[in-house]
Design a protein around this ligand. Sequence first.
Ligand SMILES: O=P(O)(O)OC[C@H]1O[C@H](OP(=O)(O)OP(=O)(O)O)[C@H](O)[C@@H]1O
Ligand SMILES: Nc1ncnc2[nH]cnc12
Length: 190
Amino acid sequence: MSEPPLDELVAAVAVDIPDFPEPGVVFRDLTPVFADAGVFRRVVEALAGSVLEDPRVGALRTGPDDPGFDVVVGVEARGFLLAAAVALVAGTGVVPVRKAGKLPRATVAAEYALEYGTAVLELHTDSVRPGQRVLLVDDVLATGGTLEAAAGLVERLGGVVSALSVVVELPALGGRERLRPHTVHALWTT
Ligand SMILES: O=P(O)(O)OC[C@H]1O[C@H](OP(=O)(O)OP(=O)(O)O)[C@H](O)[C@@H]1O
Ligand SMILES: Nc1ncnc2[nH]cnc12
């Protein structure tokens, strides 16, 4: 029997929490998706694989065994759960973008706003080399403030953003438009 489409699987396992972390926000809780071995495996493989269909990434590939990115960058905290697994599947290393004050060496930093607040993200200055191709991974794309800030940090270091991969996109919040010209790959749009 064939397996159900991945977006249906994720939608069935994810949980919506109204008014978290503040009134008016419907929080898409993906922790049950990560906890389910079969769904998590398919999610990780899809995050790594979806970019292979992307013509912009295709133009960056040097051959059939090249995924079109040299490193996966994940955003603290939920992005870490996915980025390390995607990097393992793709055969690359993984680099963390962290919230302020967590990285011990020299960093570049960016303040940003997300659906529910503001924060500062940091990236070690030597963690992305000029010309290095980066796949950015996170769980949720809402306003796009987080991924816009993370992509900006990568580019300040001379990195090339190959694409952005997320599990869930909330299109009403306009993140995809905000992130242009970068390409966003979302496994589930709701
Ligand atoms: O598109 P945006 O409006 O920027 O929102 C998306 C971001 O919000 C969440 O992170 P959060 O800052 O809540 O951190 P966490 O992963 O530590 O829970 C989520 O994991 C994304 O990184
Ligand atoms: N609605 C939402 N659910 C989960 N994570 C989010 N990050 C920003 N908005 C979110």
